[in-house]
Design a protein around this ligand. Structure first.
Ligand code: NAD
Length: 283
């Protein structure tokens, strides 16, 4: 029997719990968790992601502030602003929406965000903690995927998991997290040969490339679990990397696009803001 893992439904449930948690924290500390999002330039995709994040914060009682900066902001000006936010005691989470304009070094920006306020989990030390299995802030998309798999009690132990895509924000960290769940992980990328063969022997396939219909019905083994991270616009409609209609009847679980990994990424971000707040205010 095939089941759709709805990130939208799961998010609704988790966000209700976050809302209760936030309300309790506010009455205990008399402080409000506060996320600051820095948006540079006017990339429409970034603008809409920021809008969703702001809306989600409001839904659970997290305060959010969006700082809109012109594309022409210098690297030094941005770093100075981040340092100011690092020192601001009313701020618990700092998120710089990526990508940044070419004249700004993303690594320098990420390295400048204070570890305790790194709600995206992109700081090299947070990624290092994750790699070592120590407590840290996990990147939102991989964290959301693990939450989805766990919500369905999908047993990953000893299973062959194939991640297609090796980005720093999805593929690489997800490999570590799936390994922690005792899956046997393979990571495919643009230079991988025989992708179909690798897909066919996998119990779990995660597609994170950004190419519509990369994963087709003939590439999926019956009963596999398919997680679609891709976001592509085709004929003005959002689709993932998986040929959803053709694949869905062959698998045991699948995530839709939209309404799958996307909402769970934002829900994981909310969890990270609360985690940062607790670490700053309760310890
Ligand atoms: P990216 O765009 O940085 O890189 C793409 C990856 O795909 C690379 O690692 C590349 O090696 C690999 N690749 C390219 N062509 C390939 C091929 N033919 N076969 C196998 N691998 C190939 O990756 P990203 O930032 O992780 O984004 C991937 C997709 O996921 C995009 O569509 C993006 O919009 C989406 N995304 C969605 C969410 C969400 O919350 N839903 C979050 C992050 C990214």
């Amino acid at each position: 029997m095939m089941a759709i893992i709805s990130g939208r439904k799961l998010s609704k449930k988790i966000r209700e719990d976050i809302k209760k948690d936030v309300s309790k924290l506010v009455s205990e500390t008399a402080k409000i968790p506060h996320l600051v999002v820095v948006l540079v330039g006017d990339n429409p995709a970034s603008q809409s992601y920021v809008k969703y994040k702001k809306r989600a914060c409001k839904e659970v009682g997290i305060k959010s502030t969006v700082i809109n900066e012109k594309e022409s902001i210098t690297e030094q000006e941005l770093l100075t602003m981040i340092n100011r936010l690092n020192d601001d005691e009313s701020v618990h989470g700092i998120l710089v929406q990526l990508p940044l304009p070419d004249h700004i070094d993303e690594n320098k920006v990420i390295d400048t965000i204070k570890l305790q306020k790194d709600v995206d989990g992109f700081h090299p030390l947070n990624l290092g903690y994750m790699l070592l299995g120590r407590d840290g802030i996990l990147p939102a998309t991989p964290k959301g995927i693990i939450t989805m798999l766990k919500s369905e009690n999908i047993n990953l132990e000893g299973k062959d998991a194939l991640i297609i895509g090796r980005s720093n924000i999805v593929g690489k960290p997800l490999g570590t997290l799936l390994m922690k769940e005792n899956a046997t992980v393979t990571t495919a990328h643009s230079r991988t040969q025989n992708l179909k063969e690798k897909c066919l022997r996998s119990d779990v396939i995660v597609a994170a490339v950004g190419r519509p219909k990369l994963v087709t019905e003939d590439m999926v083994k019956p009963g596999a679990v398919v997680i679609d991270v891709g976001v592509n616009r085709v004929d003005n409609k959002l689709v993932g990397d998986v040929d959803y209609e053709a694949v869905k009847d062959k698998v045991s679980y699948i995530t839709p696009v939209p309404g799958g990994v996307g909402p769970m990424t934002i829900t994981s971000l909310l969890q990270n803001v609360v985690l940062c707040f607790k670490r700053i205010e309760l310890t």
